[in-house]
Design a protein around this ligand. Structure first.
Ligand SMILES: [Zn+2]
Length: 253
């Protein structure tokens, strides 16, 4: 029987009709017997409905729409040039040395989907191990400082309620994961020591916007750590939350 996490990944975004596979059937069996997973998907559906209703009333600001279009266009260009490179590779297949050189030096930039993955994996975890349920930000800050050996800011996020925290591993890096609930949905605030993600250096004024499996992730850099928020919210909502957090961090120092 798959775990809750495997079930959610297999059935995401909806436990609806799909081409059956052994994995999917096992996940569906788990789903029909697991109240936690049923609640999880019920919440997802409710959120989707709510966003749909909100979408009718509010139109994304023009800059935001343009930014999304630009990102889509950039992704398409990257895909085309990747295909061209593959074709070029076929053409030089006779020159083994050239091929070896190309393989040694060609390092594809990690995609947004790939960069988002470690964060989303953490969000999709069921009631995570080692979680300390603590809504007092000072106690939680002390808890993290004792375990990580550095300070972790426990911010007050408007519209979100602090639930607790735990240690998470983002690409193997021991990190802080602060759990909040926003509009009934989990929102996680990560503090990951270091300044790069999957080998990609994040610059100081960059706001990295990622998404994967229905979740949005916004990553930015503070002096010695990457900070990120991840939730199944609208991109504009999560960007506003990230912006507010950055402002608070910078205002506090
Ligand atoms: Zn389950």
């Amino acid at each position: 029987m798959p775990s809750c996490e495997e079930t959610r990944l297999a059935l995401w975004p909806e436990p609806g009709p799909r081409r059956p596979s052994a994995e999917l059937c096992a996940a569906f069996d788990h789903y029909t017997q697991c109240q936690a997973c049923q609640n999880f998907f019920a919440l997802q559906r409710e959120l989707k409905e709510r966003l749909k209703r909100a979408g009718r009333a509010t139109v994304a600001p023009r800059e935001l729409r343009e930014q999304v279009y630009a990102e889509l266009a950039a992704a398409r260009v990257a895909e085309v040039s990747r295909r061209r490179r593959l074709t070029a590779l076929g053409a030089v297949a006779g020159g083994a040395a050239a091929v070896v050189a190309w393989l040694l030096f060609y390092q594809p930039a990690p995609s947004a989907e790939r960069l988002a993955q470690p964060f989303v994996d953490e969000v999709l975890r069921e009631m995570p191990q080692g979680m300390v349920a603590q809504a007092d930000s000072r106690i939680l800050a002390r808890w993290f400082a004792e375990r990580l050996g550095h300070a972790v800011p426990v911010l007050d996020i408007p519209g979100a309620e602090l639930v607790g925290g735990r240690i998470a591993y983002i690409e193997g890096v021991r990190s802080a994961a602060l759990h909040y609930r926003a509009w009934g949905m989990p929102l996680i605030y990560f503090v990951v020591p270091g300044t790069s993600l999957l080998g990609r250096e994040i610059s100081e004024d960059e706001l990295v916007i990622l998404s994967s499996r229905g979740f949005e992730v916004v990553v930015w850099r503070e002096p010695e750590a990457l900070h990120a928020v991840a939730a199944s919210l609208q991109r504009s909502e999560l960007m506003a939350i990230a912006d507010e957090c950055r402002r608070k961090l910078r205002g506090a120092t």
